[in-house]
Ligand binder design. Structure first.
Ligand SMILES: NC(=O)c1ccc[n+]([C@@H]2O[C@H](COP(=O)([O-])OP(=O)(O)OC[C@H]3O[C@@H](n4cnc5c(N)ncnc54)[C@H](OP(=O)(O)O)[C@@H]3O)[C@@H](O)[C@H]2O)c1
Length: 249
């Protein structure tokens, strides 16, 4: 018997990286899975990879109406949501002196505003007792060059989990955060670097991690499973950091 047998789980950003690995693990644990993302091709491929009749829905967190539509579709096709993984996000950075307002808005709108409204819009479609897990980042705890706005956007969602848990006490909905450290996913390939540069970046990142490697998406997925399932039933408003010791040692 799986840890999420017959639970309905929606994973935003489930067509890539950490979200995809989490969706695969959840499906293997018996969940009925829905994923959202922006890219129709990877949504289709990811649904095939996850199997188990995964529902793939195109929805951009910048478009609040598309979130409403996505939640409505999940409820009508596979039922009310028991597990919501709010994971869609981007990493971008720039030197402080050159940081444009447009880049500031893009990061904050997707990572912070997108997280806020994903949870707000999901509320009518969640079962009481549901578990919500928001993807933070260990970067919120560390000073990283060029990454001030990204780190602040993740510190903001960390705060949301505490406040949302307070807001949702009467419905017994728990909200926690999973904060990854450096993880090997397509996120680095989206920075406009060559494959060699991406490899070099990952090596550089790994050298700064106490256990001298970056993490895998599968290692993150195990943390989401714990927070999503009843195994974490006494945890709310808190955070699990999965970062090879990067932010702690
Ligand atoms: N990898 C790391 O080192 C690391 C470390 C700490 C935290 N994180 C966080 O982990 C989460 C997942 O990242 P990842 O590493 O798995 O990166 P990824 O492979 O690039 O995946 C990002 C996911 O977010 C989705 N997404 C981005 N913007 C969106 C939008 N406006 N609307 C809807 N979906 C959107 C993407 O969908 P499309 O592909 O369809 O655009 C994709 O599925 C992010 O929140 C990231 O900040 C990652």
């Amino acid at each position: 018997m799986g840890k999420l047998n017959n639970k309905v789980a929606l994973i935003t950003g489930g067509n890539s990286g950490i979200g995809l690995a989490t969706a695969e693990l959840f499906a293997g644990e018996g969940a009925k899975v829905a994923i959202t993302g922006r890219d129709e091709n990877t949504l289709k491929d990811a649904a095939n990879q996850i199997g188990n009749e995964t529902l793939a829905i195109k929805a951009d967190v910048l478009n609040l109406a598309s979130l409403d539509d996505a939640f409505r579709e999940v409820e009508s096709k596979i039922g009310k949501i028991d597990v919501l993984i709010v994971n869609a996000g981007i990493f971008k950075g720039a030197p402080l002196t050159d940081f444009s307002e447009a880049l500031f808005d893009e990061i904050v709108d997707i990572n912070f505003k997108g997280t806020f409204f994903t949870v707000q819009k999901a509320l009518p479609y969640l079962n009481d007792g549901a578990s919500i897990v928001i993807t933070g980042s260990a970067a919120a705890e560390v000073g990283v060059e060029n990454a001030s706005v990204y780190s602040a956007s993740k510190a903001a969602v960390r705060a949301l989990a505490r406040n949302f848990s307070a807001d949702l006490l009467s419905r017994k909905i728990r909200v926690n955060v999973l904060s990854p450290g450096h993880v090997e996913t397509p996120i680095h390939g989206r920075l406009g670097l060559s494959p060699e540069q991406v490899k070099g970046l990952r090596e550089e990142l790994a050298s700064g991690v106490p256990i001298k490697r970056v993490g895998t998406a599968e290692e993150m997925a195990k943390g989401y499973l714990f927070l999503a399932s009843d195994e974490s039933s006494f945890m709310l408003g808190t955070e699990i950091v999965v970062d090879g010791g990067w932010s702690q040692l």
